[in-house]
Design a protein around this ligand. Sequence first.
Ligand code: GSH
Length: 219
Amino acid sequence: MTLTIYGVYRSRATRNIWLALELGIPFVHVPVIQANRLPDPDAPGAPLNTRSPEFLKVNPNGHIPSIDDDGFRLHESLAINLYLARKQGGPRAPATIQEEGLAAMWALWAATECEPHSINVLYHRAARPPEERDAAVADLAVEALRKPFAVLDKALAKDGFIMGGRFTVADINASEVVRYALPAPELFADAPNVKAWLAACHARPAWKEMMKQREGEPA
Ligand SMILES: N[C@@H](CCC(=O)N[C@@H](CS)C(=O)NCC(=O)O)C(=O)O
């Protein structure tokens, strides 16, 4: 049984690597890099990247992450996590059909209600060089996140987890998307349950191990 995870640590592959570490699933890591981070991704000898013909055979969308699980290929970071959790079972996976529904709902919530905005907070307040940042885009994104943050804050109020009173794949998927909004501390100040939950997610040994590897990669 071999699980291969394609994608550098400085990408959404963090989501899948974190979960694989949580679940204790051994994996082979293939550090495919984003083509836009290379001066000439098509140059002979360029590192394996999202435009490399070899990688496009794995994921014709040309994005990372992707996995190959004993010949079964899957793309989309959040779907990959739902698959790996379901396959492995145990406390991190949905335990009932209702939890399956909740895990799918929160993954789609993260991707549609949150990520388009949280990524703009990250890009325009932190990740891009200062001359490429647009403060107005970041401010609009912060305003757009106020409602989803309030929804998540309420969901976490009962016991500090997204579902089932325990840490699950739903927390990994949502927290990795919410993490992008960290450069907007005002959002977390108004959502104390989200703030405490994200800190608890980031205190997990598997998350720390994943981040250690990520920080070891060139920026
Ligand atoms: N919805 C996809 C997004 C994948 C995505 O856009 N990945 C970025 C890196 S985080 C990428 O591949 N960028 C380089 C490219 O598109 O060439 C997922 O969650 O897996």
